[in-house]
Design a protein around this ligand. Structure first.
Ligand SMILES: C[S@@+](CC[C@H](N)C(=O)[O-])C[C@H]1O[C@@H](n2cnc3c(N)ncnc32)[C@H](O)[C@@H]1O
Ligand code: SF4
Length: 365
């Protein structure tokens, strides 16, 4: 029996960060209670599923009251067959508490993903974060003292913020015994700072990769870096097109069947989800599109996409025809072939969106 990954979306935040386009609403206790009950209803529809990775993300899962988090954790253990390989919960520095860490650890959580973004107060202030650098360091120390693995999210290439603050943030972070860093380049998901779209992205990108490499962190995915092989097992499922089920509003799911891949998403608002009036938007992915999806998602991994596996899944003819059509990308040094895999070059990583669009255009043409 195959094991699924589970994702739970907790759409509450203490306040809305200026740059963030993810679906979340301001936290309030009454809604939180009703929302967790609605998640329990959805969980029951998948009772008995075998799972090996769990990710509670958001929004800000650490805004949940202890009791509500406990109810969710109990329901996970009651309803699924668990062969646990990794259990991650996202937290924000201002809401990391000893009580929450203890609860999570008692229920098998072994990894915290902490939204740090920067360790400089004026940058945090610019972004509209509600925590300080001091709170972030305190949170890191508390998590590490609990013996939990830690991922730190940071954002680089933030318009108007000096690049040195990113490198100094990484310098401080890598002095802690942490083994995973997600470094995202600033994305214009809201209008905030949109007047500064043209920055020197290439230098920033190279500096971040090279600095982390010098500290023993290997880039294994465009924005993800791990030390001692501590890659995210759950997120790797997304890039390798393995099955996952998402719970909660705006959560996505994907299941590979014998002859089709199904994707679905819970569409609507928190209120609609609570009332059970949300829409489950389902889409059956045609085989030709599955092939392009495997390439588009898989190429984010530094190891790339294995050509032989593609051939055994989709047939040699399809793959060879595709490789002929992407010769231009190879000639222009966006992609390369290494150890039997189709990979992005550093230049290709920098222009990821355009390379992915090129692949999609082949599908649509
Ligand atoms: C959706 S958030 C959830 C985690 C948590 N609430 C937090 O704020 O840290 C996950 C991560 O996405 C990244 N992120 C969100 N919006 C971004 C943007 N516009 N540009 C770059 N990274 C972004 C941040 O690093 C954030 O930690
Ligand atoms: S970045 Fe995190 S805390 Fe800020 S609004 Fe988005 S989900 Fe909420």
């Amino acid at each position: 029996m195959k094991d699924y990954g589970l994702y739970f979306h907790i759409p509450f935040c203490k306040s809305k960060c200026r740059y963030c386009g993810f679906y979340s609403i301001l936290h309030n206790e009454e809604t939180e209670y009703a929302y967790i009950n609605a998640i329990l209803r959805e969980i029951k529809t998948y009772k008995g599923l075998s799972i090996d990775t769990i990710y509670i993300g958001g929004g800000t899962p650490s805004t949940l009251k202890l009791q509500n988090m406990k109810v969710l954790l109990e329901a996970i253990y009651e309803n699924f067959v668990i062969n646990l390989k990794e259990f991650t919960v996202e937290m924000n520095p201002e809401s990391v508490t000893e009580d929450m860490l203890k609860l999570l650890k008692d229920y098998g959580v072994d990894r915290i993903s902490l939204g740090i973004q920067s360790l400089f107060d004026h940058v945090l202030c610019l972004l509209g974060r509600v925590h300080s650098s001091f709170q972030a360091r305190r949170a890191i120390e508390m998590i590490l003292n609990y013996g939990l693995e830690l991922n730190s999210d940071i954002i680089y290439d933030i318009p108007t913020a000096n690049h040195d603050f990113t490198l100094n943030t990484l310098e401080i972070l890598t002095n802690y015994p942490i083994k995973h860093i997600s470094a995202y380049n600033y994305s214009f998901d809201t209008d905030f700072l949109s007047e500064y779209k043209n920055t020197d992205a290439e230098t920033f990108f190279n500096d971040v990769i090279d600095f982390l490499y010098s500290r023993g962190f290997l880039q294994y995915e465009i924005s993800n870096f791990a030390k001692n092989g501590k890659v995210s097992k759950h997120n790797t499922k997304y890039w390798k097109m393995q099955d996952y089920i998402g719970f909660g509003i705006s959560a996505h799911s994907m299941m590979n069947g014998e002859d089709a891949r199904i994707r679905w998403c819970n569409k609507g608002t928190v209120e609609e989800y609570i009332k059970g009036q949300y829409i489950i938007e389902k889409y059956e992915v045609p085989i030709a599109e599955c092939f392009i999806e495997d390439v588009v998602f898989g190429i984010r991994m530094v190891d790339g996409v294995n050509i032989e596996s593609l051939k055994s899944k989709y047939g040699s003819e399809v793959v060879e025809d595709f490789m002929k059509k992407i010769v231009f990308l190879k000639d222009e040094n966006f992609i390369c072939y290494e150890r039997g895999c189709l990979c992005l070059t550093r230049k290709g990583q920098l222009y990821l969106d355009s390379v992915q669009q090129y692949f999609w255009d082949l599908f649509y043409s």
